[in-house]
Write a new protein. Structure first.
Length: 280
């Protein structure tokens, strides 16, 4: 057993680069509808790598504007503040974790899944009158612990991923059996290290078991969004044991069958557009 202690995890997240200041500001003001568009464009433009990645996403088929986007300001004008805020967040996170050779872990697949969960969370949030930016960001970040494991504990994580098929278990269950910890615990440690809000920390730590008391509604939204992304088969990597959505989660969202069918149909259409979009 290649067990990893919580102390080792805390040490490894301390060594990771922090998110750019502009992204931390966006996270801290995620429910602020009054964000100054010009100020946001200016701040993002000060970070050349972030600007380049933001513009690449803005020009991808997923966002398909008729005009080529050449500045962050133009991206905001064409796509709207909410969308550009989400693009900047995606661009910054992919930049923090360069691709490495962890066998069994596919970076493109990881980001495709994370984006899919973010999109499903946004669709659910809109119907539930919940903040769509908060839901999208939590969806994007929900599995961030897996990236930490792939980046900082590569050999141990390779060994765990190699056993997933023979154990016929979910990734989460395999991590617990083989490593003694799981990506939700690791994600929680990173979220604390990066000073995320309490609600975001709970959504990341509790997205596999949102029924635990005190986790909040966002954890349930992410849990259901995760289940939708797995059910609709966004990943290229075969899902030997997809996580199941708990009955309690479905019930607590209070959506009837017709609403759920509409959510699934909308998510399926969005995911199809997503397939060619994710570049790491």
């Amino acid at each position: 057993m290649n067990s990893i202690s919580v102390a080792q995890i805390i040490d490894s997240v301390k060594d990771l680069p922090t998110l750019p200041a502009i992204v931390m500001e966006l996270l801290n003001n995620i429910d602020n509808e009054e964000l100054d568009m010009h100020e946001l464009a200016q701040k993002v433009s000060h970070d050349m790598a972030l600007t380049a990645k933001t513009l690449r996403y803005a020009n991808s088929p997923y966002y398909s504007t008729m005009i080529k986007v050449t500045t962050v300001q133009q991206a905001i004008s064409l796509l709207g503040l909410t969308t550009v805020r989400q693009i900047v967040m995606t661009a910054a996170l992919t930049g923090c974790f360069p691709e490495n050779n962890c066998r069994g872990f596919n970076h493109k697949d990881f980001w495709r899944h994370s984006n899919a969960v973010a999109i499903a969370a946004r669709i659910l949030a809109r119907r539930l009158k919940f903040n769509v930016d908060v839901a999208f960001t939590a969806g994007l970040l929900h599995d961030i612990g897996a990236l930490v494991l792939a980046t900082c504990h590569t050999e141990a994580y390779e060994a765990a991923l190699a056993q997933r098929q023979e154990l016929h278990a979910t990734q989460y269950e395999t991590e617990r059996q083989v490593l003694g910890i799981d990506h939700a615990m690791v994600g929680e440690a990173l979220a604390i290290q990066w000073n995320f809000s309490e609600m975001m920390i709970k959504a990341i730590s509790g997205h596999h078991h949102p029924e635990k008391p005190g986790l909040g509604f966002l954890a349930t939204i992410i849990h259901v969004a995760d289940g939708i992304a797995h059910a609709l088969g966004v990943s290229i990597t075969p899902d030997h044991a997809p996580p199941e959505i708990t009955g309690q989660s479905w019930e607590s969202l209070g959506l009837d069958q017709a609403s759920l069918d509409e959510v699934l149909s909308e998510a399926a259409a969005e995911f199809e557009k997503l397939q060619d979009q994710v570049e790491v």
